[in-house]
Design a protein around this ligand. Structure first.
Ligand SMILES: [Zn+2]
Length: 444
């Protein structure tokens, strides 16, 4: 029986049902699960001294495009709006292959882990030159993060009035067939699953209505979740009104894209009726505040969503539109933006951390993750309480206000992924060097 005891934490922010904050507490991990939380616990196994640490559930990232880690800060895309930004990047992404997908995913996952993330989804919607969803799943298995890969897709190219170049779109039958292949090969529906697979057409402006509908039917037949981009900015709303004659919420509802097995990225422009629809149907939202700022998309109505009962999690979004994949940084940005919009009392540091942990787990359908409570999976982040960032803080639990911005130790399913601020599972330095070589090759 494998046991690890996290001992004598300064404070444990449990995010359990009572939102308890426990001082001087221990956490006993047994076989990947939290076996006990309290004081004076003992073990015959390994012990980790958490004195001087703030302990939280691992953070949950609900939206990413890991492959974009290879295209950060690309000139010509740095200051463009969403559609122009995509048109600059599509031809570069068209040159990717399996190695680019694998290495970018490793770098992106490592970056997430170092910011306290234990569970991430990924939205891969283009498969040039033999790339497969399998490439990113292999990367996640090597890094050790819990991973929800989604089989994205684009099917309407330029010649059919869509945005992406024809070379990056796929035949809809092939998309559905490959979705079935990867679900059958990798999806684990059981509690504690390290890999799940979802179905994720890229957006209403890059696939047909038929594919949206067929993808929903397939996902429900297979019992997997569904994900896409929705209502990201004003252009997105205008496109929906012009092309479909309705707002994005209605489009989603008509095609079966609402429910507790669905989560939509961005939703910056949802109106009051759409917020009610999402609350009623328990449709989830992946809020990506830095990406929304970076692309000038606007401030998502997160306060209104939370008040209405919408499930909200956080996402760093792809590294071509952020360009940083720091998830605890997104929690801070969420809090700040809601205050810009609604005043200083609109969102507390504790609520922002709750959205980043428990909130994200709920959006991804993981009631076994996102909180420190007996029986939940042992996905746990230890943060240094004595850094230059939080020295002088009167309230370490308000860490979204004062930091730190990097994790000290990280456990996923009880396995230590980050130790003393460094990736413990693979050679990150060598991977970064390879990543820079690949980027250089794309530039030239
Ligand atoms: Zn996105």
């Amino acid at each position: 029986m494998a046991e690890t005891l996290i001992k004598n934490a300064d404070i444990v922010l449990t995010m359990d049902d009572a939102r308890r904050e426990l001082k001087g507490a221990d956490i006993l991990i047994r076989n990947g699960v939290i076996a006990a939380v309290g004081q004076g616990l003992e073990t015959q196994g390994a012990a980790v001294n958490a004195n001087g640490r703030i302990v939280t559930p691992g953070l949950v990232n609900t939206h990413h495009h890991l492959y974009q880690t290879l295209t950060r800060a690309v000139p010509g895309a740095q200051d463009a709006l969403l559609f122009g930004w995509l048109q600059r990047l599509y031809p570069i992404w068209a040159r990717f292959g399996p190695e680019e997908m694998f290495i970018s995913a490793q770098v992106g996952l490592a970056e997430l882990a170092l910011s306290g993330c234990t569970l991430t989804s990924d939205h891969l919607y283009l498969y040039p030159n033999g790339s497969r969803l399998d490439d990113t799943i292999a990367a996640a298995q090597e890094v050790g993060l819990r991973f929800h890969a989604t089989r994205g897709a684009m099917s309407i190219g330029e010649s059919d009035g869509g945005l992406p170049p024809d070379a990056l779109v796929e035949n809809e039958r092939a998309i559905l067939e490959d979705s079935i292949r990867v679900i059958d090969a990798f999806h684990d529906p059981n509690p504690g699953a390290m890999v799940r697979v979802g179905v994720a057409p890229c957006s209403p402006f890059s696939v047909s209505r038929d594919l949206m509908r067929d993808a929903a039917i397939l996902a429900r037949d297979k019992g997997v979740m569904m994900h896409t981009h929705l209502a990201e900015n004003d252009e997105d709303i205008a496109y929906s009104l012009k092309k479909f004659g309705c707002r994005p919420g209605q489009y989603a509802e008509d095609l079966g894209w609402t429910g507790d097995d669905v989560w939509h990225a961005h939703c910056v422009k949802l109106d009051g009726q759409e917020i009610d629809l999402f609350a009623r149907s328990q449709t989830g939202v992946a809020h990506c505040p830095c990406s929304n700022c970076r692309l000038g998309s606007g401030i998502a109505p997160i306060r209104e969503m939370r008040d209405a009962g919408v499930n909200v999690g956080l996402g760093v979004d792809g590294s071509a539109s952020n360009d940083i994949g720091n998830l605890i940084g997104e929690a801070r940005q969420t809090m700040l933006l809601q205050r810009v919009k609604n005043g200083a009392d609109a969102m507390s540091a504790r609520e922002a951390l709750e959205i980043a942990t428990r909130g994200g787990a709920q959006v991804l359908g993981r009631d076994d993750c996102g909180q420190i409570a007996v029986g939940k999976r042992a996905d746990i982040a230890l943060w240094d309480a004595q850094t230059v960032e939080n020295a002088g803080s009167w309230d370490p639990a308000a860490m979204v206000l004062a930091g730190p911005q990097k994790v000290r130790d990280l456990f996923v399913e009880g396995r230590q992924i980050v130790a003393d601020g460094q990736l413990a599972t693979f050679d990150l330095g060598a991977t970064i060097r390879r990543q820079n070589d690949l980027a250089q090759r794309l530039v030239n």
